[in-house]
Design a protein around this ligand. Structure first.
Ligand SMILES: C[S@@+](CC[C@H](N)C(=O)[O-])C[C@H]1O[C@@H](n2cnc3c(N)ncnc32)[C@H](O)[C@@H]1O
Length: 196
């Protein structure tokens, strides 16, 4: 099921609204040596710069086949061999990755959808102990040119509460601003498997 209000404007416009490199730098994912899962890769806005930064692969998922095609095409044009993009409904099917198999999971501009707690929990499951669950979303305290409706747009406190409820992770960094329009939170996957 496609998550509510998860459609995208034109690629060129979308990519003027955020600084993907600066956002990834803030999460300090550069040294990551394992796989990184990305839920809802869209146009590959973060997939490509992430693939350039890490030693492992980016496992990018999107329910929309056109988004998967675009991400693959951009990765191929850029000569990036460590992008694995797949069409998948992560909400109903999960990631299809082994528990603890990823160094990090990205939930970027996605947690306004249905079942945010389940999405956080599924992401924590596939991230290895000590790994990172990285979240960004549109700010709620300033006007933004895009982003989900105010009634479903989560602020940092809401996401922290959902993460506590999901279990298996603890806040490691944030919330921090990601100018001009986003904020971020980094959670660390707990070592205790019993938390999930
Ligand atoms: C708002 S876009 C964000 C894209 C990207 N994360 C970014 O920030 O540039 C959300 C993406 O999630 C995808 N999506 C929506 N529901 C999904 C689901 N159930 N499983 C996987 N992807 C989904 C949409 O097709 C869309 O490409």
């Amino acid at each position: 099921m496609k998550l509510r209000e998860s459609g995208m404007p034109a690629e060129n416009y979308w990519e003027t609204l955020l600084d993907a490199d600066a956002i990834l730098a803030r999460f300090r994912l550069d040294a990551v040596a394992g796989a990184v899962a990305e839920l809802g890769c869209g146009y590959g806005t973060f997939t490509l710069p992430l693939a350039r930064r890490i030693i492992g692969s980016v496992q990018a998922f999107d329910i929309d086949g056109a988004m998967v095609d675009r991400t693959r095409e951009r990765a191929s044009s850029a000569g990036l061999k460590n992008v694995v993009a797949a069409q998948r409904d992560v909400l109903t099917q999960g990631y299809g990755l082994n528990d603890g198999s990823c160094a990090a999971g990205l939930l970027f501009n996605i947690l306004h959808g249905e079942s945010p707690v389940e999405l956080l929990r599924e992401t924590a499951k596939i991230v290895r102990p000590g790994g990172t669950i990285a979240v960004i979303h549109w700010r709620t305290d300033i006007p933004t040119p895009r982003g989900p409706s105010a009634d479903i747009r989560p602020g940092p406190d809401q996401i922290m509460a959902w993460a506590t409820f999901a279990g298996g992770m603890s806040l490691a960094d944030g919330p921090f601003e990601l100018p001009p329009y986003h904020y971020g939170l980094a959670f660390r996957r707990n070592h205790s498997a019993s938390a999930i």
